[in-house]
Design a protein around this ligand. Structure first.
Ligand SMILES: [Zn+2]
Length: 711
């Protein structure tokens, strides 16, 4: 029931140890009562109060379960009551989940990559972790509560006349989440289901532990290539091609142990899919998604590869030119300059960007324009013009946040000054804070029984500035960070615009291919030269815009080699799909094929002009196979959808209030309708996989016109 409680989004996630003695000293609270509680909740003024949360939640969910299972006829539908149960847990569990980090709990309770500790006081973190364990037990007991499941399942029929489209959709999604725990199976199947789930968890965890392993370098290679005794990354920016090749292939060399873990993961997933009536795990994973089934996903991904091929080859030709110039410079006798290998791609792109764009100069100029304040204010200007919703800064009371250095509270208001939601942006760089950028839904929108709306509360965690600097709000941030802010604020705005009857489908609680569309669309606005110059203004000098040359250079550099990156992403998506697919998974499970052979086969077909070693096993370091499981492609679908919306509705009139209002309305439905129906509201048609492919290919064609450079 709680599987979708936190946005399953993570751009980059790293796990850092939280405890840093300096912060522990500074922020030791010793249980002092604060003026106000966490997130303004009067019940949460001390760390001890967190410990009381699970019992309070248990008591309220118990009475709701009684109401649900009561034999007398109920004025409320089963889905309404179960959503209330879910809401009771989520609004407390999500709150504490921001403050703890435990991979096993995370997996069982939230499956969220971005859950990690943010609170600066150890007492709060410890209390949060204890509370989370209790919530975990409560959720497990509810997810396996057969009476609860059967009552909900039977309501599909017994309450059919009282259900509308949104009720039915939410009911389907909730039942689906229940069935992830095997609650619907017969006893013998149920124990098999539990056993397979545990095997999947173990194999996935072991595999992930090894993904970032360091590779030792032998004495001979150390001497020959001037390398240290260990390699931490596949990247070598050496002009010597053989050294780049050696570093890349050593880092990504096939690893027998990783292959064993992957084989176990794939075979258990395949068995679990068949146990629950699906042809393969790749088929099972597509339930409720935009593309709906395995074949559509396959067609979409191969379509992207095919349709972006000419733009891809154009970009490759530019890199071959750079490579030729390099080999002439080093005179290394490399006769094969007309080919490109995968170990060349990153290096040659880097060299091209260095030569084509004067990034150092432009970054210096733009640093006066991109600050934390100027970017959130620019975002607010955009949403005000599009939806009539603006953000304003609000003071943080003592105790409301874990920390006030580097944290800003933003209130979202509509054009009648009605409060729509709150965003806490924690942007300080702290040694103990996980580096990844993340968005948490602490509380989401939902229509309450008295007809009012539950106020959404969001937390953005970004590592941007030194929070102790008095100037932190106006200190410069990179162009990339500014773009990331637009992405994460796009997620937050999706939740703020939520107006759903049920919390289970509010805001970003929808399939990932849809939940990433609003954030990706905000990146399109940010990447438009006119929009960016219009909304981002120099702090304290609101009439000053970023010089047009600087803005154009930043954008050109950012979007260079888009086709290569798109095809590469599609190929990774294909691998992740097919490794769980009906043909490859049984062969991998039985040892007739290795994942390295599958990966080589897909990459060779998707990028035939890029040479690669058959023994190279990028997929042995690909965390996402565990986290996404046949859905890594979702991000590309979301980008394609955002691209289509941008091209059709905003490219010619980016501040259109008409289409802005329409898009706000679409977002207000969260996951209450299937993604295809929501997209029809903004596009006027239900996009097929071909439409999405075409949007990406059109974009790639446009961006692939790169000038030749002298390196
Ligand atoms: Zn995202």
């Amino acid at each position: 029931m709680l599987r979708s409680v936190i946005l399953r989004h993570s751009r980059t996630v790293t796990r850092n140890n939280w405890v840093a003695s300096e912060w522990k000293r500074t922020f030791r609270s010793d249980n002092i009562e604060k003026q106000t509680g966490l997130f303004g909740n009067a019940e949460l003024k001390t760390s001890k109060s967190l410990n009381k949360l699970p019992a309070a939640v248990k008591s309220s969910t118990d009475s709701l379960i009684q109401e649900l299972l009561s034999p007398s006829s109920n004025p409320r539908t089963s889905i309404e009551i179960v959503d209330d149960i879910s809401n009771e847990i989520c609004k407390s569990a999500d709150l504490v989940s921001c403050m703890f980090q435990d991979s096993k709990l995370k997996f069982y309770l939230f499956q969220a990559e971005c859950v990690r500790q943010l609170h600066c006081e150890s007492e709060f973190r410890e209390a949060a972790e204890n509370a989370s364990r209790k919530f975990c037990e409560l959720v497990e007991s509810l997810n396996t509560n057969t009476a609860l499941y059967q009552k909900l399942k039977s309501s599909e029929v017994t309450e059919a006349s009282r259900l509308d489209d949104v009720d039915r959709r939410t009911l389907t999604l909730l039942l689906d989440d229940f069935e992830q725990s095997g609650v619907h199976l017969e006893d013998d199947q149920k124990s098999k289901f539990v056993q397979l789930s545990s095997e999947i968890f173990e194999a996935g965890a072991r595999f992930q532990e090894n993904c970032d392993r360091i590779v030792p370098v032998g004495k001979f290679d150390q001497a020959k290539y001037g390398l240290p005794s260990q390699i931490y990354s596949p990247v070598s920016n050496s002009l010597d091609r053989s050294k780049r090749k050696m570093v890349y292939n050593t880092f990504y060399r096939h690893d027998d142990q990783q292959e064993v873990y992957l084989r176990k993961l794939v075979s258990s997933r395949q068995e679990l899919a068949q146990l629950t009536g699906f042809e393969s795990f790749a088929h099972r994973a597509q339930r409720n998604s935009l593309l709906e089934n395995y074949d559509n996903v396959r067609n979409f991904l191969w379509g992207v590869v095919e349709e972006c091929r000419s733009a891809f080859e154009k970009e490759l030709a530019v890199l071959i030119d750079v490579s030729t110039q390099c080999s002439q410079q080093v005179r290394n006798g490399d006769n094969d300059v007309s080919t490109i290998a995968e170990h060349d791609l990153g290096f040659l792109m880097h060299l091209y960007r260095e030569s084509a764009y004067d990034i150092a100069k432009v970054s210096h100029e733009s640093s006066q324009f991109f600050t934390f304040s100027s970017v959130w204010k620019g975002f607010s200007t955009l949403t005000q013009r599009l939806y009539g919703v603006r953000l304003i800064e609000d003071p943080i009371n003592h105790g409301e946040m874990w920390n006030t250095a580097g944290v800003l509270k933003l209130k979202a208001l509509d054009d009648q000054n009605n409060e729509l939601g709150i965003i806490y942006a924690d942007v300080s760089i702290r040694p103990e804070k996980a580096v990844g950028d993340c968005h948490y839904t602490v509380r989401c929108s939902k229509q309450l029984s008295n007809g009012t709306w539950q106020m959404p509360i969001l937390v953005l965690s970004l590592g941007l500035v030194d929070g102790h600097s008095t100037e932190w709000k106006d200190s410069g941030i990179s162009f990339h960070s500014a773009e990331t802010m637009f992405h994460e604020l796009g997620h937050a705005m999706h939740s703020i615009l939520g107006r759903t009857k049920y919390q289970h489908v509010a805001g970003t609680r929808c399939p990932q291919d849809f939940s990433e569309i609003p954030s990706n669309l905000m990146e399109y606005f940010f990447s438009d030269l006119g929009v960016m110059r219009d909304i981002i203004r120099r702090p304290n000098q609101p009439n000053e815009q970023l010089p047009i040359e600087s803005a154009a250079t930043l954008l050109a550099s950012r979007h260079s080699f888009t086709a290569i990156e798109t095809v590469q992403q599609a190929a990774y998506g294909l691998y992740d799909l097919e490794v769980h697919g009906p043909i490859a998974a049984p062969q991998i499970a039985s040892g007739r094929m290795t994942t390295t052979e599958l990966f080589y086969d897909i990459m060779s077909k998707a990028m035939p002009h890029v040479q690669r070693s058959p023994d190279s096993a990028f997929q042995h370091r690909f965390h996402h196979t565990v986290q996404y499981g046949a859905k890594y492609y979702s991000y590309l679908v979301a980008r394609a959808s955002a691209c289509l919306i941008w091209q059709q509705r905003f490219q010619n009139e980016p501040f259109s209030r008409k289409w802005g209002g329409c898009w706000a309305e679409v977002q207000s439905h969260g996951g209450g309708h299937p993604p295809a129906i929501l997209l029809k509201k903004i596009l006027g048609f239900r996009p097929t996989s071909k439409d999405l492919t075409h949007a990406l290919s059109k974009e790639s064609q446009h961006l692939a016109n790169l000038d030749a450079v002298t390196v």
